[in-house]
Ligand binder design. Sequence first.
Ligand SMILES: *Cc1c(COP(=O)(O)O)cnc(C)c1O
Length: 414
Amino acid sequence: MTSTPHPASPRPADLPERAAVVDLEAIRHNVRLVRTVADPARVMAVVKADAYGHGAVPVARAALEAGASWLGVAHIGEALTLRAAGIEAPTLAWLHTRESNFSAAVGAGVDLGCSGWELGWIVQAAREQERPARVHLKIDTGLGRNGITPDRWEAVLDEATEYQDAGLLRVVGVFSHLAVADEPDRPETDAQLDVFRDAVALAEDAGCDLEVRHIANSPAIFSRPDTHFDLVRAGIAIYGLSPFADQSSADLGLRPAMTLRTLVSQCKRVPAGQGVSYGLTYRTPGKSALGLIPLGYADGVPRTSEGGPVRIAGTTYRVAGRVAMDQTVVDLGPDVDPEALAGAEAVLFGPGDDGGPTADDWARAAGTINYEIVTRISPRVPRVHVDSAEAPAPEDLLKEAAVADVAPAAGGAA
Ligand SMILES: *Cc1c(COP(=O)(O)O)cnc(C)c1O
């Protein structure tokens, strides 16, 4: 037997054989949209968790280019990664432990979210760095995660303003996080806003000269203008994904930035009843063909994705059987020519504008949310950043080629 190189869907130049392709122009588009919706509030681009898997440094740069004023991350280490890349925009980190490097944060001019217990550590860092720390006090208005509970708020304000008077820190922000903003009709958001407004008023009365008050996340940006205050913290929206169960990216005008693609590794005909993958939980209902997709749970494809979609040569096929560590099988049905699909590009999710599968589809298949689908793509999958604002669209390339055929440019470059 000979193996013949295959003509199907030649691999786009310089794309790795498996890649999470991130379009930075989509990120910019989404940031511009969020700016418009949030105006006059400013926008913090939340780039924690390596920008939800999209690559923190390139995404942060694109977001700033599109007019984001702030960057937000969970960990101090994530903020320091941005600083090490030369990104100097105002940056807030809000999730700490007693082993966090507060000193490095203060030294790098990173703003610190503070849930109360950190004040002593932050002040010690300010002393070490001989520089006042910039602090955003976090009020727990009802989410029950980090933050200062309302009954402790005034005590923490007392402590913080004492340090402020001593020149060790400045309280520049008050913030909180919403629990149910993706369900805009629930009453708890109003209750959270009441607590938030009271906390802000108390901080101002106590002598905090606040630069920013912020509570809105992506769902609140779209559904609750009354949550915008001075600054909104946009995460999932800047990646082009919808925070709502009943609205798509397109419904909101967002463009999904990440495409997860690879090539079909192998294609073969199988008889009826062919078992597929560990546990043989799937058997072909009739004579069929199977396509092997060289991505698995080690790449971040959820193991429990029943019928997850994979687009090959314009048709969407379904995952058959269990997703394994490195590979996933799709049932191509009886009517395809396996030879024609071996080596073709396989897209697990992307912008969805061509009817192709989306991160939302995978979220449904895996019983999770789109946030997790993109964030869990593992480091084994190279991130490739492209810029559709720079690269001509393939149609344009064809047009250029057509024009060149008719009228070669002077000098006759071929
Ligand atoms: C992750 C996070 C956000 C962003 O939430 P999205 O729903 O992705 O917009 C905002 N604020 C805080 C505190 C967060 O942890």
